[in-house]
Ligand binder design. Sequence first.
Ligand code: NAP
Length: 255
Amino acid sequence: MSDSTKEQNTAANLVAVVTGGGRGIGRAVCLELASRGYSVVVNYSHSSDAADEVVSQIKAQGSEAIAVKADVSDHDEAKALIDAAIEHFGHIDVLVNNAGITRDNLMMRMSSEDFESVVKVNLEGTFNCMKHVARPMLKQRKGAIVNIASVVGVIGNAGQANYAASKAGIIGMTKSAARELASRNIRVNAVAPGFIDTSMTQVLSDKAKEALQSQILLGRLGQPEDIAKAVAFLAGEEASYITGQVICVDGGIAI
Ligand code: NAP
């Protein structure tokens, strides 16, 4: 990102909220947005040390950041997160719904609890944050929301019926929100990552990783930064005529 874009964004006092911003893809998104001049609200639910480390790194780069604890799957905690961001920074320009979990199992063995918890965090968490940020964004007649879906929500995956349902739901919800909010200059898009090198995929066996790798046209797992760059693009002015879209950042898995 050029220095002049960073200076312009800093001067415009742009503020981004990133859910699950302490680790993995969320961490990379926080650092990428900060490098582009955004002040960043780093949300976490458990990893407070990791979130504090991201805040320190952003401050060391000369941008502003705070860490805010909230379980986004809880309606009231999600509201408190949005309220805390506005209280501290005055407004929110960008919301990135990144928080997510997996509880994989074959459908026949999947418990109701594992189905519900994944849908609750991934889908309802995204809904909660979008719902609460909508009012302030509508008032200011400006905003961008980027939801992190998954290629699994586009093409499915054995052993991930709960996760695929939550991510396909995010895609439908992204398009619905884009239709609801476009007239007030609020854009809503999704990024659908493929297999990215984070703790979510590090638990896979080498055999599973090799099998996955064979489906990736570009022949490698993605890095969190690959996703962060697409998120920052959709969040920013360069994407001002893009809404309701899903960009697969997946090395070519989903074509
Ligand atoms: P990760 O390393 O496991 O990180 C998950 C993040 O979500 C953590 O920061 C975690 O924060 C946060 N989180 C979980 N539950 C939360 C809750 N209830 N409230 C607030 N934050 C919560 O996973 P990742 O790979 O970076 O995944 C990030 C997103 O990308 C997820 O939506 C995931 O589904 C999606 N994605 C990942 C891949 C991949 O291959 N890695 C592929 C497609 C899509 P705490 O530690 O504080 O709980």
